[in-house]
Design a protein around this ligand. Structure first.
Ligand code: DSN
Length: 418
């Protein structure tokens, strides 16, 4: 990065500091990962200089000889990997992708039914503060208070009552696997479209360790940078009969020119995600999450749903004498980065809720396996017990840095080689 270093040493220094932070910390924000050097290089390429409104063969500006090939390759790789009939790789990220789906099929005021935000859904699944909740009649389903799991009878009843035009499955903080077949049946019973936002678990689907929603859903949206380990971006997959509606909603409906550098990096990430190594990666993400869950339960932590079947854990800290924000801040000081999170039926406020969410995609990318997960569980337990002891937290951060130094993170190998 010599050019940035020469021209803008301030930004250069900040980027270097962030590189070091990502190398030295155990990153457990369930939606984050380490993109490979190949993905990072592609994202930073001259493709950022091009405008290409439209789609391959039907662009508004000239000079698309290369861009068309890149976009078609990204689409083909996504189709091959996920078995989708049609793919749009242009959404800037997950929220615009979801908004584009609504634009394709809804009129303002129409009803949607998604998972409630405090129960693990996403802002764009109908939260009142989001466009999805302001422009549409957003109804939500909640988790079963006894089990913390989806209750399909209750979802069916709700769907029959509110008669949504779209039912949304998918989540940001739910540690279990939705039953896409039942969702499909419910959607058919009420004449709704069935949409799945698989942003969190797309990498697990790609790796073959999580059921795919693609055969069941009319439309599947996903970001490309979470468990899928690509650049910041998104895709929409749909049945062929919805292709024109989706494409028109993305452009010109929601967006202008696609970010061609991102499109190419998505293509690179999809090639990576088609490999045997990626299958092993996805398998290890699950093993690491389940090892961590068992270890934390043994240490007296209360996990929502008593465990996990995917890449994330949701921990209710009500029995530990501190709030989610206090825990997340203390862990951050100790070199373990995650986020505070509402738990189902939380009585605390969203900015300082009762729980923490933790995920294994990023630390698995750097090679952590079961033995390291036992160490992580021990570190988390100690930090929670000593969350007010600043000296203890900084000593733990040093231990974390030593542990991390043995596991070079993708994209940051140059730091470890120094
Ligand atoms: N911010 C993401 C997450 O952490 O789940 C969702 O968009």
């Amino acid at each position: 990065m010599d050019s940035v270093k020469d021209f803008d040493p301030v930004i250069y220094s900040l980027i270097k500091q962030e590189e070091q932070r990502q190398a030295d910390k155990i990153r457990m924000i369930a939606s984050e990962n380490y993109a490979s050097k190949a993905v990072l290089e592609t994202t930073g390429s001259v493709l950022t200089n091009k405008y290409s409104e439209g789609y391959a063969g039907k662009r508004y500006y000239e000079g698309q000889q290369i861009i068309d090939q890149i976009e078609e390759l990204a689409i083909q790789r996504a189709k091959d990997l996920f078995g989708a009939e049609h793919v749009n790789v242009q959404p800037y990220s997950g929220s615009p992708a979801n908004i584009a789906v609504y634009l394709a099929f809804l009129q303002p005021g129409d009803t949607i039914l998604g998972m409630a935000l405090p129960h693990g859904g996403h802002l764009t699944h109908g939260a009142k503060v989001s466009l999805s909740g302001r422009y549409f009649n957003a109804q939500s389903y909640e988790l079963d208070p006894a089990t913390g799991r989806l209750n399909y009878d209750a979802i069916r009843e709700k769907a029959k009552t509110v008669r949504p035009k779209i039912i949304i499955a998918g989540h940001s903080a739910y540690p279990r696997i939705p039953d896409f077949k039942i969702f499909r049946e419910i959607a058919d019973e009420v004449g709704a479209l069935f949409m799945v936002d698989m942003a969190h678990f797309a990498g697990l689907v790609a790796g073959g360790v999580h059921p795919s929603p693609v055969p069941y859903a009319d439309v599947v949206t996903t970001t490309t940078h979470k468990s899928l380990r690509g650049p910041r971006g998104a895709m929409i997959m749909c049945k062929a009969k919805y292709a024109a509606a989706i494409d028109k909603a993305v452009f010109p409906g929601v967006q202008g020119g696609p970010h061609d550098n991102t499109t190419a990096a998505i293509a690179v990430a999809l090639k990576e995600a088609s490999s045997n190594e990626f299958k092993q990666y996805a398998t290890q993400v699950l093993k690491n999450a389940s090892t961590l869950a068992t270890a934390l339960i043994e240490k007296g932590f209360k996990l929502i749903t008593e465990g996990t079947e995917n890449h994330l854990l949701l921990v209710d800290l009500n029995n530990k004498g501190l709030s989610g924000k206090q825990a997340a801040k203390a862990l951050d000081k100790a070199g373990i980065v995650l986020n505070s999170n509402a738990v189902p039926y939380d009585t605390r406020k969203p900015f300082d809720p009762s729980g923490i969410r933790m995920g294994t995609p990023a630390l698995t990318s750097r090679g952590f396996k079961e033995p390291e997960m036992l160490q992580v569980a021990e570190l988390i337990d100690q930090v929670i017990r000593n969350f007010k002891d600043e000296d203890f937290l900084s000593q733990t951060a040093k231990k974390v840095k030593t542990l991390c130094s043995a596991f070079p993170a993708p994209g940051l190998e140059h730091l470890q080689n120094n």
